[in-house]
Design a protein around this ligand. Structure first.
Ligand SMILES: C[S@@+](CC[C@H](N)C(=O)[O-])C[C@H]1O[C@@H](n2cnc3c(N)ncnc32)[C@H](O)[C@@H]1O
Length: 301
């Protein structure tokens, strides 16, 4: 392990895991990682093949496992996302495969998915626009029995992750989802579903170009997954139109946005006469995070 701290457990064959985790926590804190302890525990449980909650109960690392752990901690200290290091990210009940080329799903998006899952009834049709790893689409497929779920994604780098996660969840017994390669702003994509969809859900890229982002986002999340034009609304604007076209009367729409867009995105929805019941929702940190709307019963587009 690199750094100016002497490794307290170097050379031992078996060491209690928590000692190594404490040491790694110090290394990661010094490197400026905000969730140093959690990251150290996730990496230790990955190397040892035990759940995080059991780390205190096991003997610890062999010398070989300790070397593996140290190498992962050094990569985390250098800025690699912990989810890339272990190859997966948790999202609601799911464990999704992630790595370079696909956006790592974030906890705040679980709120949008949860909002939708409480409203969507079994057997209905749901479209996830900007699907990435499949987080929202697969959460719905896993939690709403018999939902017919479509997941649209454009990125050639993200699509293999989406397909892999979709196959894994289907093999685990969830209702298979339909993966659609396409541009969510293209009216031809899923045009055969226009006017029939019960819920359209979307976590698009929404950061204004040039806005400062944390180093792990800048270095490891795909740019197309994060940035969307000068005001960050370059994807949200056309997605609102596509959602309005896809939805049946009474169907629901939810779209995540930047915390600076809590006024702008509801205003865009209000400007489209096909939407009513427009609300903005906050994340657990109290920041504006996603907007929701209902397709009106009768309207002229
Ligand atoms: C912020 S990520 C969200 C991924 C996933 N829904 C989640 O919540 O983790 C946005 C995704 O939209 C995709 N994307 C961006 N522009 C797109 C477009 N015009 N058409 C289809 N997908 C697009 C990106 O490749 C990326 O996977």
């Amino acid at each position: 392990m690199t750094g100016d701290m002497e490794h307290p457990i170097e050379g031992t064959d078996r060491t209690r895991a928590l000692q190594a985790v404490s040491y790694a926590t110090n290394v990661l804190s010094k490197a400026g990682m905000p969730s140093a302890r959690v990251d150290a525990e996730i990496l230790a449980s990955h190397v040892l093949g035990v759940p995080r909650g059991r780390l205190a109960l096991i003997d610890g690392f062999t010398a070989a496992k300790l070397g593996e752990f140290d190498a992962l901690v050094a990569r985390r200290a250098a800025g690699e996302p912990v989810q890339h290091l272990v190859g997966s990210a948790g999202f609601r009940h799911l464990d999704l495969a992630v790595g370079p080329g696909v956006f790592v799903p974030r906890p705040e998006t679980e709120l949008l998915a949860g909002w939708a899952i409480t409203l969507i009834t079994p057997g209905t049709t749901v479209v996830d626009l900007c699907a990435g790893s499949g987080a929202i689409a697969l959460a719905v497929a896993g939690e709403v029995p018999g939902a017919r779920v479509y997941a649209v994604e454009r990125s050639p780098a993200a699509l293999p992750w989406l397909r892999r996660n979709a196959e894994a969840r289907a093999a685990a017994g969830d209702t298979p989802i339909h993966v659609v390669e396409g541009d969510v702003t293209d009216p031809a994509v899923l045009a055969d579903l226009d006017g029939t969809v019960d819920a359209v859900l979307c976590n698009p890229p929404y950061v204004p170009a040039g806005a400062p982002v944390p180093a792990d986002v800048a270095d490891h999340d795909p740019r197309d997954a994060v940035f969307a034009g000068a005001d960050g609304l370059a994807v949200i604007r056309p997605v609102i139109g596509r959602a309005a076209a896809l939805l049946r009367p009474g169907g629901v729409f939810a779209v995540e946005h930047d915390d600076s867009q809590g006024v702008a995105v509801p205003a865009l929805l209000r400007a489209d006469s096909r939407f009513t019941d427009i609300e903005d929702h906050h994340d657990l940190a109290g920041r504006p995070r996603y907007a929701t709307a209902v397709h009106v019963a009768d309207c002229t587009p």
